[in-house]
Every structure is written in structure tokens, then in C-alpha cells.
Design a protein around this ligand. Structure first.
Ligand SMILES: [Zn+2]
Ligand SMILES: [Zn+2]
Length: 213
């Protein structure tokens, strides 16, 4: 699946725009802010957004949702366990940063295994709780968008409300069963591959070392 990306919002979130090159339909993953820049990129590439897909509900990933929805008509999708975060600054943690982020209600509540058709391409939802209860990754055929679940060389924070370290590790163990060659595109920082992270990510290596003992 082809893809565009840009860094948006106050905490530098990677916003990804996977698209079908045949129909020009696209999804926008984690529009954390800078909605007008995202819209510019979409228009320049003659893309037609069908979905706004959220990896989870933290405020840094959702800042541009309402504006993008109003200007494109795309449907907002989030896992049901994070849905309340869109409209509640306490739940989406904006309040902890002295901010007030309130977005539109979601149109689609996601569950593990749900498939979303974008043009002639399928995006599959993988529920990966741990960083938040309703965290998900999106598998766009041969690329994986990992949100704040798995980063290049690191994993998501679990020192915040509604997070849990062991649950996160279990979720990542599910991901690394997929093909090593699959590139991962995290919510922050650079991209990697599942194989590279399975071998080199210190948070996953320590687990393997423990198992060997
Ligand atoms: Zn987060
Ligand atoms: Zn984040």
C-alpha cells in the first residue's frame, strides 16, 4: 500500500496517509494537529479521504480530527475502549498538560480483526492494548502502523492512566508473529521493520533473555 506522511501537533506525531493508487481513496491515521497542512497534502496528491483512523485517543494524536472530518466528510474510527477519549480532556490526557482537547464523537467503533476498505485496499485492525486500553495497530496489507504501541528501539509509555506494561508486552508479542519484513510506522520517531525490532529492541530482547534463563 502506498503512503504519505508528515509530522504534526504539539508532541510531534507522525500522521500517515495510506492510499489506493488506483482509486485515490485514502485514510488519515492520527491527525494530531495541523489539519490545514494535512488537507494541503491530500489535495496536492488528489486523494479522497474515507476514514480518519486513530491508533488511540491521546490528545497528541487527535487534535486535527474535527477539522479534517468537517472538511472531507471522512468517518472517524477508534477502538471502542478509547472512544470516550475523543470528547474528554481528562481521559485524553490533555488536562495533564494544561490543555483542553475536545473532538467530535466517533462514527465507527473498532474491534480486533475489523477490516476497512480503502479503494481496492484493505486495512485490518489489530487490538494492541497496553499503552491505552483501546490502542490499535493498523495493518495496511504490507505495512504496519503501530501508534504508541511499538517504536523503533522502544515501546509505548505505561506510566500513565489506563496503561499496563505486561498487557503492552503481550500485544507486541502478537505483532511480532507477523512477517519480519513488514515495515513498521510508529506514532513518533523513525520507521523500522518487525524483524529489526524483534532482534534489537531492548524491551523485547530482555523478554527473550529471560525466557532463555
Ligand atoms: Zn499515546
Ligand atoms: Zn503519542
Amino acid at each position: 500500500m502506498k503512503m504519505l506522511s508528515l509530522v504534526v501537533g504539539v508532541l510531534g506525531v507522525n500522521c500517515y496517509i495510506p492510499y489506493c493508487s488506483e482509486t485515490r481513496h485514502c485514510a488519515v491515521i492520527d491527525p494530531g494537529g495541523n489539519a490545514s497542512q494535512i488537507l494541503d497534502l491530500i489535495q496536492k496528491n488528489r486523494l479522497d479521504p474515507q476514514y480518519i483512523l486513530l491508533t488511540h485517543g491521546h490528545f497528541d494524536h487527535i487534535g486535527g480530527v474535527t477539522e479534517l472530518k468537517e472538511k472531507t466528510g471522512a468517518q472517524v474510527a477508534i477502538h471502542r475502549d478509547d472512544a470516550m477519549m475523543l470528547t474528554d480532556p481528562e481521559q485524553n490526557l490533555a488536562a495533564y498538560f494544561g490543555r483542553k482537547v475536545i473532538q467530535t464523537e466517533p462514527d465507527i467503533l473498532l474491534e480486533d480483526g475489523k477490516e476497512l476498505q480503502t479503494g481496492n485496499k484493505i486495512i485490518t485492525v489489530i487490538h494492541t492494548p497496553g499503552h491505552s486500553r483501546g490502542g490499535v495497530c493498523y495493518l495496511g496489507e504490507d505495512i504496519l502502523f503501530t501508534g504508541d504501541t511499538l517504536f523503533a528501539g522502544s515501546i509505548g509509555r505505561t506510566d500513565i492512566p489506563n496503561s499496563d506494561h505486561l498487557t503492552l508486552i503481550q500485544s507486541i508479542n502478537k505483532l511480532i508473529l507477523l512477517d519480519d519484513k513488514i515495515p513498521i510506522y510508529p506514532g513518533h520517531g523513525r520507521s523500522s521493520t518487525l524483524g529489526q525490532e524483534r532482534r534489537n529492541n531492548p524491551f523485547l530482547r530482555s523478554r527473550e533473555d529471560t525466557e532463555l534463563v
